[in-house]
Ligand binder design. Structure first.
Ligand SMILES: Cc1cc2nc3c(=O)[nH]c(=O)nc-3n(C[C@H](O)[C@H](O)[C@H](O)COP(=O)(O)OP(=O)(O)OC[C@H]3O[C@@H](n4cnc5c(N)ncnc54)[C@H](O)[C@@H]3O)c2cc1C
Length: 283
């Protein structure tokens, strides 16, 4: 029997500074040596990084040869703006989009969505499929429930709606506890979700960073990981703990035949190369 193909991908974010620009290019340069299925590049929900997402997406494709999946959020845009961005993405040759709702910007109390703004990622998926039926679509899934969701069950039902409307793959929120992911996978299957489910893995490079991410996205920081990070001391030692934890997660995900691993690499070349090296040695 042939071995199952596990999709391996990495997520970049568009840089805001010159040093940031050097970092993303350095990271892309080390990752180009791995046979990644795709890389994705995030989008500022307020629309602030709109052009940079497209520009860096094009650079990642043209210079490094990656299959690039740009993210697109609908929360900060009018329908006319979304139509323009979708046309720009399609004309540029992107064949797959990560379709998201996004969040209202936190530091903009006066933020008011456009009266005709789409309310949910599902509406964005419908719009993309209506205009560009051949465009592949990925959407977000939450092993530990989206923070606003009324219940885990309703969150899974809305995820099913996104896949029924045309999302062929689900990229998950980061999680540090694999059992949350395996339970989520089971629930998705019971709900009849046939899309592939790609596990979002992020190394906890410092305790501060891990706490920040967890409080932002509602993922749990396991006590044991927190304790090890606290005991580690220097930032270098904390990164070692976080990378080893991520490797433990990855080994188990691979051995249990996950559909894909989507690595949140934070545009950091050193940890990205170590984790990608580990993944490809263990596939
Ligand atoms: C892999 C990944 C990548 C991401 N990339 C980005 C990025 O590039 N830029 C960015 O700003 N953010 C990004 N995010 C964060 C994301 O925008 C937020 O988590 C946001 O709060 C929800 O987006 P969504 O697409 O999951 O929304 P939705 O699918 O719309 O879900 C949002 C909430 O509404 C509920 N819901 C869904 N559909 C309906 C419906 N039809 N009616 C009623 N309730 C509904 C859901 O249960 C959930 O609680 C990413 C998240 C993930 C997991």
């Amino acid at each position: 029997m042939s071995k199952k193909h596990i999709s391996i991908s990495a997520e970049f974010f568009p840089p805001k500074t010159e040093e940031g620009a050097r970092q993303i290019l350095r990271t892309a340069n080390v990752l180009k040596n791995f046979p990644l299925d795709f890389v994705s590049i995030t989008y500022g929900a307020g629309g602030s990084s709109r052009e940079r997402t497209v520009e860096y997406g094009e650079l990642l494709r043209e210079i490094f040869g990656f299959e690039v999946v740009p993210h697109l959020t609908c929360v900060g845009h009018s329908k006319a703006e979304l139509l323009g961005i979708l046309k720009r993405l399609a004309d540029s040759g992107f064949r797959r989009i990560m379709a998201l709702r996004g969040d209202a910007p936190k530091n903009a109390p006066d933020f008011a969505p456009s009266p005709d703004a789409l309310k949910h990622a599902s509406e964005l998926i419908s719009l993309i499929k209506e205009l560009y039926p051949d465009m592949e679509i990925s959407c977000a899934g939450y092993p530990e429930k989206h923070p606003e969701a009324a219940s885990f069950k309703s969150d899974i039902e809305y995820l099913k709606l996104k896949t029924d409307l045309g999302a062929g793959s689900v990229l998950t929120q980061l999680f540090f506890n694999n059992s949350a992911f395996f339970d989520f996978q089971k629930e998705c299957k019971s709900a009849g979700i046939g899309a592939s489910i790609h596990a979002g893995v992020m190394p906890a490079l410092t305790l501060k960073q891990a706490r920040n991410f967890c409080s932002m996205c509602g993922s749990a920081l396991p006590e044991e990981l927190e304790r090890r990070l606290e005991a580690a001391g220097s930032e270098e030692a904390q990164a070692r703990v976080g990378l080893d934890w991520a490797k433990g997660q990855i080994s188990e995900l691979i051995s249990r035949g996950v559909d894909g691993i989507h690595l949140y690499i934070l545009n950091r070349p050193k940890s990205a190369i170590e984790l990608m090296g580990f993944i490809f040695e263990n596939l």
